[in-house]
Ligand binder design. Structure first.
Ligand SMILES: Nc1ncnc2c1ncn2[C@@H]1O[C@H](COP(=O)(O)OP(=O)(O)O)[C@@H](O)[C@H]1O
Ligand SMILES: [Mg+2]
Length: 362
């Protein structure tokens, strides 16, 4: 083979700019490549497909040179000190259990040994303070390097900030997008979060302007979409997925969670009533080619625990804790998978939202 033939074979797999050098010594071809994904898995996969694209009688040696993607990450605003992963928990429809999932997922992640924070940005109904029994508390401030920073409230080992801490209880807050994102910017960038592995952001329901402002102001690693399996909730969830997939938003969807998958009566725990339909969210995940992270049944005790300010998953070894633990493990895998394939997140810069685009694989 000559160099041109080697290049045209390679170009079926990689872009020309990735080819650094080619040396041909008879049947031995040494290929030097640039790649931006340093994971061993990615290198092996690429090496395998390159080797198999040449005839068997050639000895192919592939050398990788990992290059860092040119990411606009110097901007201080984009950098979240100490926070490794920011995950938005969203839903198209309200009342499907976004906050319930956020709080129980936070507890399960924390039980796995991760340091977890929650940023409750639901301007329509911030319910995280109630779910963590810290409604009456208000965050204080600390001086860090002569700068005044907000100190999050801590409950059950989870660091919490909620838009609810900055408004009067029961006050109907009419926030506009820019106001909400300004408040959120403070809650995220002017807060002494310390070291956090996962910051879960409980978003307001919907895909409107306010929602977009919020998504724009936070550097998200990805989003989780929560839905019940019923038709109206699913179509809203689908809109949510489309929003994150918009080219100029481009927040990877880490997966879907099916809440209230079925009802389990307390006196007949072996029974399952599929009140909202069966497998709706799982099927949506398959259709949209996004991971299905798991399901949570409808239990009276989940609702009671939330209202009581003591999330159900705090109880060890219960059926409920187990469903959340399973979800937490899947979330971690999905985040790791995302982080190994995509560059660090940055704040998206968009101003308007076009019509919903087709749902594509991330
Ligand atoms: N799996 C569940 N089982 C029982 N009650 C639930 C479950 N998920 C949510 N709830 C209850 O449903 C209501 C709405 O849930 P919430 O998490 O506040 O929804 P959202 O944040 O999406 O508006 C709450 O009263 C909550 O306790
Ligand atoms: Mg909520």
């Amino acid at each position: 083979m000559n160099k041109t033939e080697v290049i045209s074979t390679l170009e079926k797999i990689i872009t020309p700019s990735q080819i650094r050098n080619i040396n041909i010594f008879g049947n031995e071809i040494v290929i030097d490549l640039n790649i931006d994904n340093p994971s061993l898995h990615a290198k092996k996969k690429l090496e395998k497909s390159i080797i198999s694209s040449f005839k068997k009688n050639h000895k192919i040696i592939v050398n990788f040179n990992v290059i860092k993607k040119n990411i606009d990450y110097k901007d201080n605003k984009n950098k979240l000190e100490g926070i490794d992963n920011v995950i938005a928990i969203s839903s198209g429809k309200g009342g499907v259990g976004k906050s319930t999932i956020t709080s129980n997922l936070a507890i399960s992640l924390s039980k796995m040994g991760f340091r977890v924070g929650i940023l409750d940005s639901d301007i329509y109904g911030p319910s995280i303070p109630t779910m963590f029994d810290v409604e009456s508390l208000r965050p204080t401030s600390v001086k860090i390097d002569n700068r005044s920073m907000i100190k999050p409230i801590e409950s059950y080992g989870i660091k919490i900030l909620s838009i609810g801490f900055f408004t009067e209880p029961n006050q109907a807050v009419i926030w506009r997008g820019p106001m909400a994102s300004k408040a959120l910017n403070q809650m995220i960038f002017e807060t002494n979060w310390g070291e956090i592995d996962f910051l879960l952001v409980d978003l307001p329901p919907g895909t409107g302007d306010i929602h977009l402002s919020i998504v724009q102001s936070i550097p998200l690693n990805g989003a989780i979409v929560v839905s019940t399996p019923q038709k109206v909730a699913l179509s809203d969830a689908k809109r949510g997925i489309s929003m994150f997939n918009q080219k100029n938003i481009d927040v990877p969807v880490l997966g879907l969670i099916e809440n209230m998958a079925y009802f389990v009566p307390e006196d007949m725990p072996e029974k399952k009533y599929f009140i909202f339909g069966k497998d709706g969210v799982k099927n949506l995940a398959d259709d949209c080619d996004v991971p299905f992270l798991g399901l949570v049944p409808l239990y009276k005790s989940i609702r009671e625990a939330s209202d009581f300010g003591h999330p159900a998953s705090l109880q060890d070894k219960s059926v409920i804790s187990k469903s959340f633990e399973k979800i937490a493990k899947n979330v971690v895998s999905s985040v790791l998978e995302r982080n190994s394939h995509l560059p660090p997140t940055k704040i998206v810069k968009i101003t308007t939202m076009a019509g919903c685009t087709a749902i594509k694989k991330k």
